[in-house]
Design a protein around this ligand. Structure first.
Ligand code: P6P
Length: 336
């Protein structure tokens, strides 16, 4: 039959049926996350009209000005995810400490980490921004509430990872460990429809793209400077949006390499491991790509802090390997 559409609900249900042991909790979690994505998409698309742009008058745990949409997105995700009884604890970029499930709701076996609205400094210029999420299974026992230990798990233990990209269209891209699948929101019916089944990162892309903020060149290690020169010498184009979800999504679909290296002032880079880099790394590996911190596989990093940062090199394996080789040969250490 032609012209049938695969909604995200149908897709999740069909995937759940392939796992007889599935309880449906996982499916409900993903579906609830997609609902949060729709609500945030509506707010992001209305931001210019609703004049809710501009500073919310407070700063987040990292001392960054918080945009009103950040606050809204954080609240939307919390309220979409706190009551269904699938989670025992959450961690958000916007909250310094673990977020517990309110007493009036049951808890469950999963753990959610999220960046509610990444790239929010770009909101005012109508540049694509995104929500990023990471799901783990609970590891603690013996008490109702999940703890920091449930949040501080290495990336290879993720059971799902995904992002919502609020761009020219709103897309939800996620993996549950069986490939990467993209859904595009049809606002006329309010449904995410399967538009990019089984995404695979180009392994030998015709257009080789390097994505890094070269404004920090003077603060890079000699190896990092040599690496970017090597990409230039090999004819790479340069593309940089300054919004992780947009830069990663382009890398995933077109191939190339996205980097946020260490600098003198930020020896661990800027991007956060648990709710930005690790979920992107799972997605990238599931699509046939690679993600390291310059040397080590991102998914093998053992976290010690909820908001810890890591340098990241992510994309087409051959290009990520070039980074490892050059940084090792030319010196990856930044003065700091
Ligand atoms: P820079 C946006 O503020 C963000 O957190 C990521 O989305 C993005 O990849 C990065 O920072 C851009 O940082 O230092 O290049 O402006």
């Amino acid at each position: 039959m032609e012209n049938y559409v695969v909604t995200i609900g149908r897709f999740i249900l069909e995937h759940e049926r392939r796992h007889p042991e599935a309880t449906g909790a996982f499916s409900n979690l993903l579906y609830d996350l997609s609902l949060a994505g729709k609500l945030i998409s509506r707010a992001v698309n209305m931001a210019g009209l609703a004049e809710i742009l501009g500073r919310a008058g407070r700063r987040n745990v990292h001392g960054e000005d918080v945009m009103k949409l950040d606050v809204y997105a954080n609240d939307v995700i919390f309220n979409a995810m706190d009551h269904a009884g699938h989670l025992c604890v959450m961690g958000s970029e916007e909250e310094e400490d673990p977020i517990l499930i309110p007493e009036q709701f049951p808890v469950g076996p999963y753990v959610l980490l999220f960046d509610p609205l990444d790239g929010s400094s770009n909101i005012g210029a109508n540049i694509s921004i995104g929500t990023i999420f990471s799901l783990h299974r609970r590891v603690t026992t013996g008490q109702r509430d999940g703890t920091l230990a449930d949040l501080l798990q290495p990336g290879y233990k993720q059971v799902a990872a995904g992002y919502v990209l609020y761009g020219s269209s709103t897309m939800l891209v996620f993996t549950t460990g069986s490939g990467v699948h993209g859904f595009t929101l049809d606002p006329s019916i309010g449904e995410f429809l399967l538009s990019h089944p089984d995404i695979r990162i180009p392994l030998d892309p015709t257009s080789k793209i390097c994505s890094v903020n070269e404004g920090y060149t003077a603060k890079w290690s000699s190896g990092q400077r040599a690496l970017v020169q090597r990409y230039r010498d090999e004819g790479f184009s340069s593309r940089y949006v300054g919004s992780l979800v947009a830069d990663f999504h382009r890398t995933l679909l077109y191939g190339g390499v996205f980097m946020y290296p260490a600098t003198e002032s930020a020896p661990n880079g800027k991007l956060r491991l648990l709710y930005e880099v690790a979920p992107m790394a799972m997605i990238c590996e599931q699509a046939g790509g690679k993600a390291t911190d310059g040397q080590k596989r991102v998914l093998d990093i053992e976290p010690t802090d909820l908001h810890q940062r890591t340098p990241v090199y992510i994309g087409t394996p051959e290009f990520v390997d070039m980074a490892g080789e050059t940084l090792a040969a030319e010196g990856a250490a930044v003065a700091g």
